[in-house]
Design a protein around this ligand. Sequence first.
Ligand code: GTP
Length: 189
Amino acid sequence: MTGTPGAAATRDSETPQRSPPCSPSYDLTGKVMLLGDSGVGKTCFLIQFKDGAFLSGTFIATVGIDFRNKVVTVDGVRVKLQIWDTAGQERFRSVTHAYYRDAQALLLLYDITNKSSFDNIRAWLTEIHEYAQRDVVIMLLGNKADVSSGRVIRSEDGETLAREYGVPFMETSAKTGMNVELAFLAIAK
Ligand SMILES: Nc1nc2c(ncn2[C@@H]2O[C@H](COP(=O)(O)OP(=O)(O)OP(=O)(O)O)[C@@H](O)[C@H]2O)c(=O)[nH]1
């Protein structure tokens, strides 16, 4: 096939060397969703990744769904991540389910200071298996790892649960930025 000018989808799949001069500043695109109970830190996690900032203070729950783009470079390939930040509240579940199907990767968060957010991970995984693509990449994240005194979920508990479901795991902090970029880079691979 000859290259059609303006066909972004075609250019996205090409290597950087083969891109025409007016190509977009990325080679591939990927859709990532942030999932987990309300208050686990999904919005803060996304803001930390996108802007390197932490929103402290009043907690404003996400309504429905929102997204941001960020280009990352993985093994020399520029990947534009379209990151969907979902509302954790139950009442928005039917809205967010509609977006699962398009996601190539899911970051599933719990809060290490909140036991129910950890206990609900099994229910989240059930929903994921029901609504997402079969080959979706999933990573489990124990967020708020900067809070040492309020910790109720041990790192080993996160590891054990992740092993049971065959998904990678790490602890993160949207506050300090610990492992935030690493998590996105790992799923972008
Ligand atoms: N100490 C600490 N606090 C955090 C961290 N991440 C988020 N928070 C706080 O946790 C609260 C909830 O964060 P959000 O990012 O709004 O939570 P969410 O998961 O997006 O919530 P919904 O939009 O309702 O689904 C806010 O008060 C944040 O400041 C973190 O890594 N460490």
